[in-house]
Design a protein around this ligand. Structure first.
Ligand code: ZN
Length: 287
């Protein structure tokens, strides 16, 4: 497989690097295809830097910046992550120092210091399955599929039940719960969200198109994982929350959109403090 896949190369506004899709399964590579020379929709415009704007806002993120957040990642993974972000951050309007800091602070907690797009691990213990309404109503199935003294966990069966009839998923028998389990740099979950993210990418990058519903594994690739995270960010107007500032309450406001029920609010605040330093967002002069 070539390191740079010409099918995946998209026109980028400020530079020359190309996103990579190394180690992607064939179906996932095919899921992210480009249509050459399409025009941006009228409501997504790339505005040139004005002299009174902070030059760092529109600058590419660097491996050195990402290294401060993803301390256990390989240079290759960080290089690929930076390329995938740099190729499209303007179109998704994550083009302010503070927005970048909030964005990567969240990703660092979502995927951890290794910096790889992950997929959800649903190997729950029987006792942990009570967090899902389905298993509260069906405790005998929690005993069947959750890990306990007599057997290990059945993650696929757990996902198909825990996520049935939610977020655009069909019933248990549809298999949607497992097929559309949490994936990417920001854990996208549910068929409805997979579909909405692909629509958002089609709107903001009409020169690329993705089909996350047919090829959900595309979210575990660097490019698919990054595009899905940026799409989730823009379709939920998270930049507006990020623009609120650098206080703990501002980080919490972002966290609430990404994972309201998480216990990681304090961890995300600490992650933001590192990101704020990495992107020097306090020095940003853009009003
Ligand atoms: Zn700036």
């Amino acid at each position: 497989m070539p390191l740079f896949d010409p099918v995946l190369r998209a026109v980028r506004p400020y530079g020359a690097a190309s996103a990579r899709l190394a180690h992607a399964p064939r179906s996932a590579r095919e899921a992210v295809t480009a249509i050459a020379s399409a025009e941006l929709p009228r409501d997504v415009q790339i505005v040139e830097n004005r002299p009174d704007e902070c030059p760092q806002c529109r600058a590419d993120v660097t491996v050195a910046q990402l290294r401060q957040l993803f301390t256990k990642a390989s240079d290759g993974d960080l290089d690929a992550m930076a390329a995938a972000f740099n190729e499209s951050f303007a179109q998704f309007e994550i083009d302010r120092c503070l927005r970048k800091a909030h964005f990567f602070a969240q990703i660092a907690v979502e995927v951890g210091p290794e910096g790889k797009p992950v997929q959800e691990n649903l190997a729950y213990k029987e006792s942990q399955l009570q967090i899902f309404g389905y298993f509260q109503s069906n405790p005998e199935e929690a005993k069947l599929y959750g890990a306990n003294a007599s057997h290990g966990a059945h993650p696929e069966d757990i996902a198909n039940r825990a996520y049935a009839d939610r977020n655009g998923n069909g019933p248990v028998a549809s298999g949607d719960g497992w097929k559309y389990r949490g994936r990417g740099y920001i854990q996208l979950t549910g068929k409805g969200n997979y579909h909405a993210a692909a629509q958002e990418i089609a709107r903001r990058r009409p020169d690329s198109s993705v089909d996350f519903v047919t090829y959900p594994e595309a979210l575990t690739t660097v490019l698919g994982g990054m595009l899905s995270a940026m799409a989730f960010w823009s379709m939920n107007d998270i930049s507006q929350k990020a623009d609120g500032g650098s206080e703990g309450a501002n980080v919490d406001a972002v966290t609430r959109v990404i994972n309201a029920l998480t216990k990681s609010y304090p961890e995300r605040r600490s992650s933001f403090d590192r990101a704020k330093t990495a992107f020097d967002s306090d020095a940003c002069i853009t009003p």
